[in-house]
Design a protein around this ligand. Structure first.
Ligand code: ADP
Ligand code: ADP
Ligand code: ZN
Length: 215
């Protein structure tokens, strides 16, 4: 199974992707996570992407599509994939079609997380993740059971993203509206889009996604 999680920054894509990984053993391909790893490692891609990401703009289509192709080849042909944060432009949607076709894969579902824009700034400014395993949390909506230790791996040490500030979030939302939302009609025409109310609590959203991927 190959599915795309689509939605604006803070919609809950990463949170739900992590749950799909745990429940169904699928693989999460998050271009945001991969780009942040490249920035940390100071690779040529990372050096190019850093400033763009800090401004909240989109990294070039060629870079992200190349990363996705590489990651698809690194996993077995049978692994189910969740695309989290990719594609984000019409050019990326086209590139993904080619990447999948070349590997005998097809898209099963595009899950669109619908959220009120007003809620997103609060979600994003309260977001943090475990520095060891990457599990996502929120100051108000999803706190770890113990304040200093990750529920999943037990380690202490959390981190916040430099682009998770109100000003950058506005740019990221504008990028979403201007470049990402317009790709939905492509998938609508194929009849593979399912809309999910992303305003429910995390468990409710998971239940709605389960109905789509494992009916
Ligand atoms: P995205 O990957 O779409 O940018 P995340 O999954 O990282 O979004 O979620 C953004 C923040 O909002 C995180 O701190 C997460 O814990 C929190 N969050 C995710 N889903 C919900 C929800 N349904 N209700 C409240 N908070 C949520
Ligand atoms: P969020 O889902 O919270 O908006 P991501 O972690 O997906 O954030 O992305 C963080 C940043 O990484 C984006 O603002 C953008 O600069 C870059 N990025 C991630 N995925 C892509 C992509 N598919 N195309 C272009 N840029 C991307
Ligand atoms: Zn952890």
């Amino acid at each position: 199974m190959n599915i795309i999680l689509l939605g604006p920054p803070g919609a809950g894509k990463g949170t739900q992707a992590q749950r799909l990984v745990e429940r169904h053993g699928m693989r999460q391909l998050s271009t945001g996570d991969m780009l942040r790893a490249a920035v940390r490692a100071k690779t040529p891609v990372g050096l190019q992407a850093k400033a763009v990401m800090e401004r909240g703009e989109l990294v070039s289509d060629a870079i992200v599509s190349a990363i996705i192709g590489y990651e698809l080849d690194a996993m077995g042909p049978d692994a189910g994939v969740i695309f989290d944060g990719y594609p984000r432009t019409a050019a990326q949607a086209e590139a993904l079609d080619a990447l999948l076709a070349e590997r005998g894969r097809k898209l099963d579902h595009v899950v669109e997380l619908e959220v009120d824009e007003d809620a997103l700034v609060e979600r994003i400014t309260g977001r943090f993740t475990c520095a060891s395993c990457g599990k996502g949390y929120h100051d108000k909506f999803d706190r770890p059971r113990m304040p200093d230790n990750c529920d999943k791996c037990g380690n202490s040490g959390f981190k916040r993203r430099p682009d998770d500030n109100e000003e950058t979030v506005r740019t990221r939302m504008a990028e979403y509206r201007g470049k990402t939302e317009p790709i939905l009609p492509i998938y609508n025409a194929r009849g593979i889009v399912s809309r999910v109310d992303g305003m429910g609590d995390i468990d409710q959203v998971t239940a709605a996604i389960e109905k789509i991927v494992a009916p």
